[in-house]
Unconditional design. Structure first.
Length: 197
């Protein structure tokens, strides 16, 4: 077989050798497999049953001052509505917000404390995403208290109800029967479908 016949085959041979070499190349000290403890620390999802909730507790009375102290009112408004950030507490309906609704639009018709099918969704969101710019800095007791405050202000629980790992999952949310996925359809550690809590 002459050299001229090999010329068209050379690129295929080179690419094949490169793929074999790349698959067997060293990592050069870049990256490593995370430890089981690191994976557990990153897995902060709270499912509908609440089995992943940490110890702690809080009431709406404890959550009211935290709403101001932790900056919630700065974005969501002193009343939890009529501000630039999404509505957290259903407004009285007599006034109209001067701000346009941010996308995705969260207003009186879909406030998280009324629209979420499980109270654990409220806890999970506050814990993972608030306060903006200081995410995951709230203590568990503070998250329970803020969740209790929002649930109380939206008429879901009583002001003196104590929210903790046992009581929060038992809260009967107004949209519990409107949920697209029942709790048994979601398994801890499994990815959630887009559009579902």
């Amino acid at each position: 077989m002459g050299f001229r016949r090999l010329v068209p085959v050379i690129p295929v041979i080179v690419i094949g050798m490169w793929q074999v070499g790349a698959a067997q190349s060293p990592t050069y000290g870049v990256g490593r497999t995370p430890t089981a403890e690191e994976l557990r620390a990153w897995d902060i999802s709270i499912g509908p049953t609440g089995k992943e909730l940490p110890p702690g507790h809080g009431t709406a009375k404890e959550g009211a001052p935290l709403f101001m102290q932790k900056g919630c009112a700065g974005c969501h408004g002193r009343t939890g509505s009529m501000a630039q950030a999404p509505t957290l507490i259903k407004s009285d309906g007599t006034t109209k917000s001067a701000f346009s609704c941010l996308s995705p639009c969260v207003n009186d018709s879909n406030v998280i404390a009324l629209h979420a099918p499980y109270a654990t969704v409220v806890w999970d969101y506050i814990n993972r995403a608030m306060p903006l710019g200081k995410e995951q800095t709230l203590k568990a007791d503070e998250v329970y208290a803020l969740a209790a405050f929002l649930l109380f202000k939206n008429g879901v629980i009583k002001e003196d109800d104590v929210m903790d790992a046992q009581s929060l999952p038992k809260v009967q949310m107004p949209n519990r029967n409107g949920a697209a996925l029942p709790p048994e359809a979601w398994k801890h550690g499994a990815p959630r479908l887009a559009g579902y809590p």
